[in-house]
Design a protein around this ligand. Structure first.
Ligand SMILES: *Cc1c(COP(=O)(O)O)cnc(C)c1O
Length: 458
């Protein structure tokens, strides 16, 4: 049999058959198609989105790409074969621990993202508790107490790992009610969680009060600093009032901090840090009886891509303290312009006291989701939240250029919705309002599952 060479051209139909092309396609055509597909996505580069992509500059991104490419093929699964990646990872972790007040015993691992870091923390506390006192869990699963605003990665981890995640309400300032946390502690509680800051309103939880509780009850305390870990230390250094949240607080036993958010690394990079190795050991997995050899791994993954590790190391080395300070300053100044502009528009209200460039606002008499729709028709990609209904923003250096345009469009959108109150019960606004308020949450989940099933078909 002769195997045909690659064809020089790419027919549009060959992209959409759902089968391997008979002949391999021309590289230029493949790359052109990828670029064309991307054209239809949200315009994050122009600052039109407020989540999903963290961007410093094209120059920085180019460094990340190049560093990523150097370790494109390498596999961090085997630290013996790739001592390079082990060295890069331990350096990244050392820098992260140093930044977050870790002592000489602090350790950690790099993971693929905040969700994996949180999965690892939940597994670690579960396995430590089971090893120490299995009799506590005869009548029910281990429990972790979180605020309602905690990232759902905890619920996902609990779901996967058989740990019950309790949600304690937050107060009017969106900080958790510490007395309610105390009241929720049972003999099966294994850890408490506080966010620094929480994603929905960007407020830092009362970590010191949670620490007192954790120490008094002999519990772990995980701080979810996925969004703030590589930002809060610099904001504090710039003089912003950042409450204590890291290993300097004595009861904090672990921290998750994402490199691929304000660490300005390439995607697929986060850290899970522990006060000491005695705790981290419960994160590791070893299986000794496989015919393929003894299998040991630090995190969820088997094969681990080297690119994100190298790119994260390169980001930290390239930005240095001065670079992170400069970016934090720009984000804080840009955020201050957003907050002042939003507060100056009658009818809008910023929720809580956001600590960094992560915040939300609502409208008291107008339908906020109709305002979101009006913003989208003006070319902005808007993140909507529920309980309470609001619009969420996460500020990046590239938003400095669009603040005035955003605020102008926001004022126009508010005026438009004020003149057309019926919009609140139409289109997207009506759908988001319905999903936020349907009392039967199982029905909402079913709708979402059906939607997912539909969109993930060829
Ligand atoms: C983003 C985020 C996470 C989850 O991180 P991923 O990298 O998206 O998996 C967890 N907690 C907080 C506070 C976050 O902002």
């Amino acid at each position: 049999m002769t195997i045909p060479a690659n064809s020089a051209t790419l027919s549009a139909s060959s992209l959409r058959t759902g089968r391997l092309p008979e002949q391999g396609l021309d590289r230029d055509a493949i790359l052109a198609e990828l670029h064309a597909l991307r054209e239809k996505d949200v315009r994050w580069h122009d600052g039109r989105t407020f989540s999903l992509v963290y961007h410093v500059s094209d120059d920085h991104t180019e460094l990340l790409r190049q560093a990523h490419a150097v370790f494109f093929s390498e596999n961090a699964l085997n630290p013996g074969a790739f001592g390079s990646l082990r060295q890069l990872e331990t350096q990244v972790i050392a820098m992260a621990c140093d930044l977050l007040g870790g002592g000489p015993d602090a350790v950690g691992s790099m993971t693929s993202g905040g969700t994996e870091s949180i999965l690892m923390a939940v597994k670690t506390y579960r396995d430590r508790a089971r090893a120490r006192s299995p009799e506590r869990f005869i009548d029910g699963p281990p429990e972790i107490i979180t605020p309602t605003t905690v990232h759902p990665a905890f619920d996902k981890a609990g779901h996967y790992l058989g740990v019950k995640i309790l949600h304690v309400p937050v107060g009017p300032d969106f900080r958790v009610d510490v007395a309610a946390v105390q009241a929720a502690i049972t003999p099966r509680t294994i850890a408490l969680v506080g966010s620094a800051p929480a994603y929905p309103q960007g407020v830092v939880e009362p970590i010191e009060a949670l620490s007192d509780l954790a120490l008094a009850h002999g519990l772990g305390l995980h701080v979810d600093a996925c969004v703030g870990g590589f930002f809060l230390p610099f904001a504090r250094e710039l003089g912003h009032p950042i409450p204590p949240f890291d290993f300097r607080v004595p009861g904090v036993t672990s921290i998750s901090a994402d490199l691929h958010k304000y660490g300005f690394a390439a995607k697929g990079a986060s850290t899970i840090l522990y006060r000491d190795g005695d705790l981290r050991r419960f994160q590791f997995f070893v299986y000794t009886d496989w015919p393929g050899g003894i299998m040991a791994s630090t995190t969820m993954a088997g094969t681990r891509p080297g690119g994100p590790i190298a790119a994260a190391w390169a980001a930290m080395m390239s930005l240095g303290r001065s670079g992170y300070l400069r970016n934090a300053d720009l984000v804080m100044r840009t955020t201050a312009r957003f907050l002042a502009g939003i507060r100056a528009i009658p009818g809008l209200r910023v929720l809580g006291e956001p600590a960094i460039g992560v915040f939300a606002f609502t409208a008291d008499e107008l339908e906020i989701f109709a305002i979101a729709d009006a913003m989208e028709t003006r070319g902005w990609h808007i993140d909507r939240q529920q309980r309470p209904d609001c619009i969420h923003l996460m500020i990046n250096p590239n938003h400095a250029a669009i603040v005035d345009e955003y605020l102008r469009d926001l004022a126009d959108s508010v005026a438009f919705v004020r003149a057309h109150p019926e919009l609140g019960s139409q289109g997207q606004a009506a759908m988001y309002g319905l999903l936020a308020r349907l009392p039967e949450r199982g029905q909402v989940a079913e709708l979402v599952l059906q939607h997912f099933d539909g969109i993930y078909r060829p």
